[in-house]
Design a protein around this ligand. Structure first.
Ligand code: FMN
Length: 205
């Protein structure tokens, strides 16, 4: 068993995290939001493309429209902030100077960009953004753990109509919406949930 302070902190956050759907009145500050998104953004992604984008919805009217798009799920209305995770793989591809190209020599970066545009960029919009959604779920996992470490409660959700969410927020028509995440200071412990035993999900060869 590894017992460095870092390992302990990560294991503790992973083991104690639960979905939280009730929140205190304490606001989530802009600096908490920035730290949450910045540290979640340390998630790895293929070619370091980081195709995820977030909208932090705090406006009550917008939140109530999001709640309607999420089939009335109460945590959407109850949370001080709802993060909408969406993809913009097109934007990431067109602006590689902001991502891997900053750390590669210019010639290699140009070659990698050309390769990406002729592979991921040549896919249908739907497939391209589905690729971005796969990357974005890594960032979602990071965000849920980082929030736990910051003492924030989260409720990740897939129960919503993505077209309605995009329409409420004016997101690009091609974007995918991998998740909504209600975020707030916890006012409940959450349900005790079980997980598969290791032997059920891991086979050793
Ligand atoms: C991608 C994703 C989508 C989910 N969608 C919903 C949802 O729409 N509504 C909800 O109440 N919980 C939702 N959940 C929460 C799961 O039910 C929950 O994570 C699971 O039961 C394990 O419980 P825990 O998060 O407390 O460990 C979702 C979780 C994930 C990761």
């Amino acid at each position: 068993m590894i017992t460095t302070p870092l390992a302990n902190a990560v294991l503790e956050a992973a083991e104690s995290r639960r979905s939280i759907r009730r929140y205190s009145n304490a606001p989530v500050t802009e600096s908490e939001l920035a730290q949450l998104v910045e540290t979640a953004g340390r998630a790895p992604s293929a070619f370091n493309l980081q195709p995820w984008r977030w909208v932090a919805v705090r406006d009550p009217e917008l939140k109530s429209q999001l709640q309607a798009a999420a089939y009335g799920q109460p945590q959407v209305g109850a949370a001080p902030v709802v993060l909408v995770l969406y993809t913009d793989t097109l934007d990431a591809l067109m602006n590689v100077e902001e991502t891997f190209a900053r750390t590669l020599p210019a010639e290699k970066a140009a070659g990698t960009k050309a390769h990406l545009l002729s592979t991921i960029g040549a896919q249908s919009e739907a497939d391209r953004e589905a690729w971005g959604a796969g990357q974005s779920y890594i960032a979602l996992g990071y965000l849920l753990l980082v929030a736990e470490g910051m003492g924030l409660g989260t409720s990740p959700m897939l129960g919503f109509d993505p077209e309605q969410v995009k329409s409420v927020l004016g997101l690009p028509s091609y974007a995918r919406v991998p998740a909504l995440v209600a975020v707030g200071h916890p006012a409940e412990e959450g349900f005790a949930s079980t997980r598969h035993a290791v032997g059920r999900v891991l086979s050793l060869r």
